[in-house]
Design a protein around this ligand. Structure first.
Ligand SMILES: C[S@@+](CC[C@H](N)C(=O)[O-])C[C@H]1O[C@@H](n2cnc3c(N)ncnc32)[C@H](O)[C@@H]1O
Length: 388
C-alpha cells in the first residue's frame, strides 16, 4: 500500500488489516463481473464485518481517532440538544428516544443526565448502531457516565413499529454509502470501482438503480456543465422507514450539508466526498481501505422532500449555531458556577460549535415532526425552511 506523502503512514498492523479488506474488495469486484458501484465499495470500506472502518476496532472518534464530532467537543452540545428534545417529550404520553449511530455513547449519556436533571426522563433510550465495536463502546460509556440511568438504554437492530418519541441522528447520514453520478457531455453515468494495474480505479458505466435516474434528471436542471456528485439513496430509504413507523414525535437530523441550490453549486463540480485519516482531510477514497472514514455532505432538500412525501411535517431547518442558541447553550454556560479556567474552556467549546468558520454554519439541523399539538418554538429561531 502506498500512502501520499502528505498523510501519516499507517503502522504494519494497520497495513495488514487494510490489505485483508482490499483482498475482500477484489473478490467482490471479481464476483460482480469486474466492477462494483461506489456505494457498494463505500459500504465495504466502512461496514464490512470485522474489517470495515466502523466495524473494526480502531479508535475512530475523538482526539486520538480520525475525526471529532460535536458530542466529543463538548457536553454542552448534547445538553442543549436535550432542551429541544424535552419540548417534544412533554407533548407525549409514553415518550421514548431513539438515537441512530450513537458513536462513543457520550451524546446518549449526556442527554439522559440532562433530562434527569430536568425531570423529563424518557421511558427508554434506544440505540440503533450498525457497528458492533461502537455498540461495545457505547455500553462502556453509559456505565461510566450515568450508571444510575443505564437500565434506560436498550440497543435495537431495527426501527420499532408504532414508535412514539424523538429520533436523533447526529452525523449519521454523511456516513451512509452514496452512489456517484457523472454528468458528462449531456449524458449521465454512474461511477464504479474496478481493478486496475496494481490499484483500484474509477470507471463510468450505466446507472445501477432506477431511482438514480429520476434524481439525476432533477439534478441535471440545476447544473451547467460536466459535473460529479453523490446521491444518497440509503438516507432516503432510511428516512422512509422512520416515517412509516413513527406514530407521534419528532426527528432531529444534524449533519453537514446544504439545501439543493447550494449542494449542486458550480463550486462543487467534483462532488463533496471527503476522507478523514488521523485528523487529516483529503479526497481520495481509493486508498487506506478500512483505515479512514469516508463521508459525503447531505442534500437536506432530498431529506425534507422524502419527509413530506411520507407524512412527516418539516418543522424547522436551522444552522447548528442557531439550533444551539435556541436550545439555550449560552444560558447553560452562564448558569454554571465555573472557575475562570473552566469558563474559558467552555467559551472556547461554544465557539467551536457555533462560529460560522468552524461548525456553526457548515452543520445544519433538520427537524421533522408528526402528530404534535404544539409548535416546536425553538425551531423557529432563524428558521431557513424557505431555502429547502
Ligand atoms: C460519524 S459517526 C457519528 C457518531 C455520533 N453520532 C457522533 O456524533 O459522535 C457515524 C455513526 O453512524 C453509524 N451508522 C452509520 N449508518 C448507520 C445506520 N444506517 N444505522 C445506524 N447507525 C449507522 C456509524 O456506525 C457511526 O456510529
Amino acid at each position: 500500500m502506498t500512502t501520499p506523502a502528505t498523510l501519516p503512514a499507517p503502522d504494519t498492523i494497520a497495513q495488514q488489516h487494510s490489505e485483508q479488506l482490499l483482498s475482500l474488495i477484489h473478490d467482490e469486484i471479481d464476483r460482480a463481473g469486474g466492477k462494483i458501484t461506489f456505494a457498494q465499495y463505500m459500504h465495504l470500506c466502512l461496514y464490512a464485518p470485522g474489517l470495515g472502518y466502523y466495524s473494526a476496532g480502531s479508535q475512530k472518534l475523538g482526539q486520538h481517532g480520525d475525526f471529532t464530532t460535536a458530542p466529543e467537543i463538548s457536553p454542552l452540545f448534547s445538553r442543549t440538544f436535550a432542551h429541544h428534545i424535552k419540548d417534544v417529550l412533554q407533548q407525549l404520553d409514553t415518550p421514548n428516544i431513539l438515537e441512530f449511530g450513537a458513536g462513543s455513547g457520550k451524546m446518549a449519556a449526556t442527554i439522559l443526565s440532562e433530562l434527569a436533571d430536568n425531570n423529563c426522563l424518557p421511558e427508554k433510550y434506544y440505540i440503533i448502531e450498525v457497528s458492533a465495536d461502537l455498540q461495545d463502546r457505547q455500553h462502556r460509556t453509559v456505565q461510566e457516565l450515568c450508571p444510575q440511568l443505564a437500565d434506560k438504554v436498550v440497543w435495537l437492530s431495527q426501527f420499532p413499529t408504532d414508535f412514539v418519541g424523538v429520533v436523533l441522528a447526529n452525523e449519521v447520514c454523511d456516513a451512509m454509502p452514496v452512489h456517484i453520478v457523472h454528468f458528462k457531455q449531456g449524458d449521465i453515468f454512474e461511477r464504479y470501482i474496478e481493478r486496475g494495474n496494481g490499484a483500484l480505479q474509477w470507471c463510468d458505466a450505466e446507472l445501477s438503480h432506477a431511482n438514480l435516474a429520476s434524481h439525476s434528471a432533477e439534478i441535471q436542471n440545476l447544473i451547467e456543465s460536466d459535473y460529479l456528485t453523490e446521491i444518497n439513496l440509503a438516507a432516503e430509504a432510511w428516512l422512509h422507514t422512520i416515517a412509516d413507523n413513527l406514530q407521534q414525535g419528532a426527528v432531529f437530523i444534524c449533519d453537514y450539508g446544504y439545501p439543493k441550490a447550494d449542494y449542486y453549486h458550480p463550486q462543487r463540480s467534483e462532488g463533496t466526498l471527503m476522507c478523514y485519516f488521523q485528523h487529516q482531510a483529503h479526497a481520495d477514497p481509493l486508498i487506506l481501505q478500512g483505515l479512514q472514514d469516508i463521508t459525503a455532505h447531505v442534500d437536506f432538500t432530498l431529506l425534507a422532500q422524502t419527509a413530506s412525501d411520507n407524512s412527516l411535517d418539516v418543522a424547522g431547518f436551522q444552522s447548528q449555531a442557531d439550533f444551539l442558541l435556541a436550545g439555550g447553550i449560552v444560558e447553560l454556560n452562564l448558569a454554571e458556577n465555573l472557575d475562570d479556567f473552566a469558563m474559558l474552556q467552555q467559551a472556547s467549546e461554544i465557539k467551536q460549535l457555533t462560529l460560522p468558520s468552524t461548525m456553526g454554519e457548515k452543520f445544519k439541523v433538520l427537524t421533522l415532526s408528526k402528530n404534535l399539538d404544539q409548535l416546536l418554538a425553538r425551531c423557529q429561531l432563524a428558521d431557513r425552511r424557505y431555502t429547502l
